[in-house]
Design a protein around this ligand. Sequence first.
Ligand code: NAD
Length: 486
Amino acid sequence: MQSKKTQPQASHFINGRYVEDKAGTAIPVIYPATGEVIATVYSATPAVIEQALACAQAAQKEWAAWTATERGRVLHRAAEIMRQRNHELSVLETYDTGKPYQETSVADATSAADALEYFGGLAASITGEYIQLGNDFVYTRREPLGVCVGIGAWNYPTQIAAWKAAPALACGNTMVFKPSEITPLCALQVAEILHEAGVPAGVYNVVQGDGLVGASLVTDDRVAKVSLTGSVPTGRKVYAAAAEGIRHVTMELGGKSPIVIFDDAHLENAVSGVILGNFYASGQVCSNGTRVFVQKGIKAAFLDRLTERLKGVNMGDPQDPAVNFGPLVSARQRDIVTAYIKKGVEEGARLVAGGQVVDGAGFFVEPTVFAEVSDNMVIAREEIFGPVLCVLDFDTEEEVLARANDTLFGLAAGVFTADLGRAHRMAAGFEAGTCYINTYNLAPVEAPFGGSKLSGVGRENSKAAIQHYTQVKGVYVAMGDVEAPF
Ligand code: NAD
């Protein structure tokens, strides 16, 4: 069922217009709730990639010459259009990813609009500094990097496209963005809206394709920076390829984040945080807190309440606004997740809830809870990227902090406790880029988001993102004669 609603005008958006080249490999777009093909796009051929990079390069100098206030104005306009079209964009996001409309209508185009608005507002405040050196002085210019490449994962196609576009464009860069081949539709809408708002042709371009297309973008000499959202194995390859050309990078990668719940925690809030941190987007969120450490005194009450709350799961057609739990994005992802569930059972973890694939053509897996998980089980060490929650027991603060940090990942971490001092000690001790006290998984544009250790380098959102889309030039100004030895 390819419908008008889901089939884009063409596969790529380059130089301000849709571009098609059916010589590329066909990529079927599948609605995860039914397994139906809802659109087809074609992978970018070398000619399409060349066109995108050439026009991004050609447009960059002029875009950077606009005043920052003017650039900010069009980003604001784009945010406004995005908000007006929230319903259509959310429906499309749901077709692309299978996430429930109940979620997409409040978390995707809205978050993208926030990013456009925030960086649009920040653009004109990006300044250099002045450094007095006796009579001489240095001033610095914070300049754009040039052509940036963005590469997206499939879990948040609209949000990822905008989280990269907004700071990149605010700083005067241009971008070629490659969405995940699994969710190629939404980034085209972001491109359309940016152009409708007044972003000049060539400034933001979208090309489709898999890792091969991504790899050819990353190694092109015209590219100054690569921002990837994806898995650690892909991050390793992209980081290494970018290093060949000494390119700037932002790496937003995977995680296996801890949530620590102390005996004195507000039980209901802790359960809510754990639900948000494990079952939103059917568990396909990079920062999910999938290792839930529960202090022994509250464990029974926590598991009882969590099991009770899981009765509120309403699984079904994600386009139905009453549905709050959707399918996984693909048959492949469903199979990866179910293999981990099988492994958890084999390893001796206790299955408390879920664990089953739901019959039918869609890729549904029940929200799954394991208890009595130990630190060295595979399900406690590897990123599953699905609705699988592991509960681990602990006794003391010192012990749990060491165990929470005993992972190669470092994306996020959370703590639930009524003890203020302990909450801040835990936040200071967590080896993670994004920490939460008495909540979990909120990602407002005003706050930095990103990982440490294998989870990544650089930060998205907040003022921190500006550092990653600009470079500093120092200009020395002499006020007197030049002294030389001969
Ligand atoms: P993935 O690594 O398979 O793919 C990510 C993107 O990289 C895709 O667009 C893919 O086509 C591209 N790619 C693959 N190989 C490439 C190569 N050699 N060169 C250039 N590009 C290449 O990830 P995924 O399965 O799409 O997404 C899930 C992963 O993303 C999870 O690990 C998740 O934790 C992570 N993620 C991280 C964040 C974050 O902000 N930290 C956000 C969302 C998802």
